[in-house]
Design a binder for this molecule. Structure first.
Ligand SMILES: Nc1nc2c(ncn2[C@@H]2O[C@H](COP(=O)(O)OP(=O)(O)OP(=O)(O)O)[C@@H](O)[C@H]2O)c(=O)[nH]1
Ligand SMILES: [Mg+2]
Length: 201
């Protein structure tokens, strides 16, 4: 069984947040605390070590006492840039990536993804959600992978492709479907922030 201590959690807070007006999304207030704090609180219970990926306000992110890693590829080239620096610094056999803007993320995320990774012997497992109408949506920035995939990812990024699903297809990958879609709700706009504050327990 993959144990929590074999997993490093990586919170991605390195985006541009253009739909939020370009501010640093991880630091906007959600129920009076920086948004990233909700993700940290939920993820840290599920893993043995934590990393934060950010490209701005490094000192503020460092105040959470986890290593803060900046993208090595320039100009906000997308979430895979965060995956790459996370894989480079991960010191456990598995890396679990989550975004900073999903404050209700599931408390059984790591355990369910780890069980599926082990069962299927895949390299990577990503989350999907089932909408009320039954449709399945991939949530690719929630994913658990073997931490020896750095070379594969670096080669993929060097080829000029930045699309998460393209990299996943190049690997042995699979998904876990979560029925609790609300747990994956994320904040992209000021309106979504207000709506999610009302949903929070
Ligand atoms: N490291 C890194 N993470 C990114 C980058 N772009 C997006 N992300 C992260 O990927 C996750 C999902 O991205 P989005 O919800 O689109 O966030 P965003 O790109 O900051 O917001 P928009 O500019 O409005 O699309 C968030 O956790 C972001 O922080 C990037 O260039 N580098
Ligand atoms: Mg984006």
């Amino acid at each position: 069984m993959i144990a929590a201590k074999q997993i490093t959690g990586l919170i991605l807070a390195g985006g541009r947040a253009q739909r939020m007006g370009g501010i640093d999304k991880g630091l906007i207030l959600f129920l009076e605390k920086p948004l990233i704090e909700s993700a940290i609180a939920r993820l840290k219970e599920q893993v043995g070590a934590m990393l934060i990926n950010a490209n701005r306000n490094i000192t503020k992110y460092a105040s959470y006492s986890y290593p803060v890693l900046m993208d090595e590829t320039p100009d906000f080239s997308g979430p895979l840039a965060g995956f790459a620096i996370g894989l480079k610094h991960c010191q456990t056999p598995y890396l679990l990536v989550c975004p900073c803007d999903s404050p209700l993320l599931p408390l059984d995320l790591a355990s369910r993804m780890a069980a599926e990774l082990e069962r299927t012997e895949c390299d990577l497992v990503y989350a999907s959600t089932r909408a009320l109408n039954g449709k399945i949506w991939a949530q690719p920035v929630f994913c658990l992978m073997r931490s020896d995939l750095g070379e594969s990812l670096n080669a993929f990024l060097k080829s000029g492709d930045l699309k998460i699903d393209h990299w996943f297809k190049a690997l042995r990958s699979t998904t876990v479907i979560f029925d609790d879609e609300a747990a994956f709700a994320n904040v992209n706009t000021p309106e979504e922030l207000l709506a999610l504050e009302k949903l929070a327990p």
